[in-house]
Design a protein around this ligand. Structure first.
Ligand code: NZQ
Ligand code: ZN
Length: 388
């Protein structure tokens, strides 16, 4: 562990089939006015909405609603949410949904009292929060982003063709999150596998960096093995509680800041994926799956030893008589085969990308420098070309 770091995670989790009862423990800590934030209506179909409303009423809360949070929430919707939270004089924002709803709730929470344009302040200028933050709680219904236990908030601006994440500090993390694996049973298959790959990608973004011996890498190998094992079960039987609960727990630990400790991190798959989404509005996990293998093939020569370790420790590649490069390449082949078996999108054409969009997508791609190779425009173009 060569780096200096501070670790703290303020989010309290209630996990399991009875997790929603945890709301009764949390709600009395906040004032009367609750802004209930949710998406396009899945929670009304699967009954989660009614359960949450009952608990809010039992706890004597005034309920205000802000619905219609779309996947890849937009800056326009954020501005609407700020007005709704102000009108409600919200003491608590309760997000009931997936990463989009949870991210949006956090964005609203830091913007209501900001007194200036939230998109410009947080997503263009990346400023810290300097105003009062409305507390956020989360009832998670879709697994993948880790938003339930982190400070991340990703907002899309369609006019500017930008999809940008701001990673806020401890004060913006959800105060509590309710994680009931059964709430995820109704997720459509496309979203379920997209979420599973989002989890894998979060781990790999933090795994493929550095050359020192770091405990975080061992934790990530364990998380990856458990994820692959449980995903194989969940795609055969989506209501297998054991598998779905493991996936939910792995997702939380994949991006709650723990496994990044003592490391630099890469995040270029996410940067390219987000740029693609800014132009296509495609589903988050699929924007990652479509570019991952071309991206990793391109950086493999710069981090061969780590890719070989990944092949052996995660994919059980046999090393007998092989060079590191051969082992590393075999690991990526195993990963590619598994991804196809899961049913992930493996090319950007399927997401609506054409060659004529490359220049614009490259322009929307932020470059990060924590991985094995610092990309330039040509590298991004080469990955897009291989992924087409
Ligand atoms: O809107 P509703 O009707 O609720 O339907 C949603 C939505 O259409 C549906 N859904 C969710 N739970 C369901 C369900 N349908 C049936 N049954 C359920 N139990 O699933 C669809 C997708 O939901 P969404 O919240 O968009 O998915 P996800 O959790 O993947 O969130 C994606 C957003 O999170 C951002 C992404 O960029 C994207 O904007 N991310 C946030 C991160 C963070 N906070 O740290 C990191 C990630 O890398 C990611 O960037
Ligand atoms: Zn992600």
């Amino acid at each position: 562990m060569l780096g200096n770091f501070t670790y703290s995670n303020p989010t309290k989790l209630h996990f399991g089939k009875d997790a929603l009862n945890g709301l009764n423990e949390e709600l009395p800590k906040y004032g009367k006015n609750v802004l209930l934030v949710y998406g396009g209506g899945s929670i009304k179909k699967n009954g989660i909405y009614d359960q949450v409303i009952k608990i809010l009423k039992d706890n004597g809360k005034n309920i205000y609603e802000d619905s219609g949070v779309m996947p890849n929430p937009t800056s326009e919707k954020l501005n609407e949410g700020i007005e709704r939270a102000k009108a409600a004089n919200a003491d608590l924002i309760l997000a009931v949904g997936g990463g989009s709803v949870c991210d949006y709730a956090k964005a609203v929470s830091v913007s209501v009292n900001a007194g200036e344009d939230a998109w410009d302040k947080y997503f263009i200028r990346f400023e810290d929060v300097s105003c009062d933050v409305i507390p956020v709680g989360c009832v998670l219904t879709m697994v993948g982003t880790g938003s339930e236990m982190n400070g991340g908030s990703v907002i899309t601006n369609h006019d500017q063709k930008l999809k940008i994440g701001h990673v806020f500090g401890d004060n913006v993390f959800p105060k509590f999150s309710i994680l009931n694996p059964e709430f995820t049973y109704t997720i459509p298959r496309y979203q379920m596998i997209s979420g599973i790959y989002d989890v894998m990608s979060h781990i790999l973004e933090q795994y493929f960096s550095g050359t020192d011996d770091n405990t975080s890498d061992y934790i990530m190998e364990g998380l990856l093995r458990s994820l692959i094992h449980s995903a194989d079960i969940a795609i055969e039987n989506p209501t297998d509680y054991e598998a779905r609960s493991n996936i939910m727990w792995i997702a939380t630990w994949a991006l709650n800041t723990l496994v990044a400790k003592g490391k630099t991190t890469d995040w270029m798959v996410h940067m390219i994926g987000q740029a693609i989404a800014a132009h296509t509005d495609a589903t988050h996990g699929m924007t990652l799956s479509a570019v991952s293998i071309p991206y990793y093939r391109r950086i493999l020569p710069y981090g061969t030893a780590k890719f070989a370790r990944y092949a052996v420790n995660v994919w059980d590649v046999d090393t007998q008589g092989k060079t590191d490069v051969q082992i590393a390449e075999e690991g990526l082949r195993e990963m590619d085969t598994w991804m196809r078996k899961l049913g992930l999108v493996m090319n950007i054409r399927e997401l609506g990308v054409t060659q004529s969009m490359f220049d614009a997508i490259i322009k929307s791609t932020l470059i990060m420098d924590g991985g094995y190779k610092v990309f330039d425009e040509n590298d991004v173009r080469a990955v897009l070309q291989s992924a087409l």
